[in-house]
Design a protein around this ligand. Structure first.
Ligand code: SAH
Length: 346
């Protein structure tokens, strides 16, 4: 059965036409699917009853279900554990900023197969890819849940977006579509562990997307320890791909650097990182590691974090420090699923 969530307007129009209906029925369907977040066909009262009955047998509407909601960080953050149709769960977060930005952080896979040693999601491995509809519905659900307009989406939840390339790109286009949430390409950020061939493929799409690359170390020996895929695509190849992405799209690339005390947070590392990124015109997002229950890494002291960013800036690399949102309770990344279940009754 076809899931209507995840289909483009053109595909919905073709679906209507295939059922002997005028094409404008497709536009009506798009409104129910993306605007009003209908969960069944019976509410679609502007469609003929016969069409609704046909749709109910030929197609379904694949919505996510709220399992648990947590409001954290003085209500700056709303975090949700969401169930998919098969009962597997993913996490989605809405973050509120003073300037009015409302950013939703979406998951692209259930679990993750990349094996980064400091990441909660890596612990359970990869269960499956999300469909485009399951990615988009996270945004639609958060909008419905909070009543707030979503201005930005970051693909930084569970999973590796570029390991689920087709669904991620389809989700990007749907989030950008005028009949969807209509979020500007520049306000959509894909974060990748550093899959070089897919970064190159993405550059060729000709989109104004923002690309963020998870670096976490300035040399191959250390990065291969933290991010195992570095053994496949080492830093020289990754940085070259980032440079080419920026050249092809005209977009400044962001590098994420998660700081772990005594591992990669020393001043020497900051100097090495500045040297590695010299002349790239890139931006570094310095992120204090979020504690993951049972892991031996430690959060760096606030002074170590500001010192690290200061070295980068002094050496001409723009750097910002990511503000913590919800570290104090179960709202830190990956924790909600670990506490409340990777699977609920379907
Ligand atoms: N797989 C993609 C996107 C999901 S992870 C990627 O690797 O970029 C989003 C970001 O959160 C990545 O930079 C990741 O390294 C970082 N991250 C993972 N675990 C973390 C933790 N415990 N504390 C802080 N950042 C973490």
């Amino acid at each position: 059965m076809r899931d209507l969530v995840g289909l483009t307007l053109q595909e919905l129009e073709a679906l209507a036409a295939g059922l002997g209906e005028p094409r404008y029925r497709g536009r009506q369907l798009a409104r129910w699917v993306y605007d009003r977040r209908a969960i069944g066909f019976e509410v679609m009262t502007d469609l003929p009853e016969g069409l609704r009955a046909r749709l109910a047998t030929d197609a379904h509407i694949g919505r996510l279900r709220l399992v648990r909601r947590v409001d954290a960080a003085g209500d700056l953050t709303t975090k949700a554990l969401l169930a998919l149709r098969d009962g597997l769960t993913v996490e989605t977060v809405l973050m509120r900023y003073d300037d009015g930005r409302r950013t939703v952080c979406v998951s692209t896979q259930v679990g993750c197969g990349m094996g980064c040693t400091f990441c909660a999601t890596a612990l359970a491995g990869l269960a499956r890819n999300l469909s485009a509809g399951e990615i988009v519905d996270q945004v639609l659900l958060m909008r419905e849940l909070t009543g707030e307009r979503v201005t930005h989406v970051v693909f930084m939840g569970m999973g590796e977006p570029l390991a689920n390339y087709e669904a991620t790109l389809r989700a990007v286009r749907l989030l950008n579509a005028p009949y969807g949430p209509h979020i500007a390409m520049r306000r959509l950020t894909i974060s990748t562990v550093g899959l070089v061939p897919q970064i190159r493929r993405l550059a060729a799409e000709g989109l104004q997307l923002t690309l963020a690359i998870s670096l976490h170390a300035p040399d191959d020996a250390l990065r291969s320890q933290l991010v195992p895929v570095n053994r496949r695509w080492p830093l020289a190849e990754l940085v070259a791909a980032a440079r080419d992405y920026a050249a092809a799209t005209g977009r400044r690339v962001t590098f994420e650097y998660v700081l772990m005390a005594g591992v990669n947070d020393g001043e020497r590392r900051a100097h090495e990182l500045a040297a590695l990124l010299a002349g790239l015109g890139a931006h570094v997002n310095v992120i204090p590691w979020n504690p993951v229950y049972g892991m031996a890494y430690r959060r760096p002291a606030p002074q170590a974090v500001s010192r690290f960013a200061a070295v980068l800036r002094r050496r001409g690399v723009p750097a910002t420090i990511r503000v913590d949102r919800g570290v104090e309770i179960e709202a830190a990344c990956g924790q909600l699923q670990r506490t409340h279940g990777a699977r609920v009754p379907a």
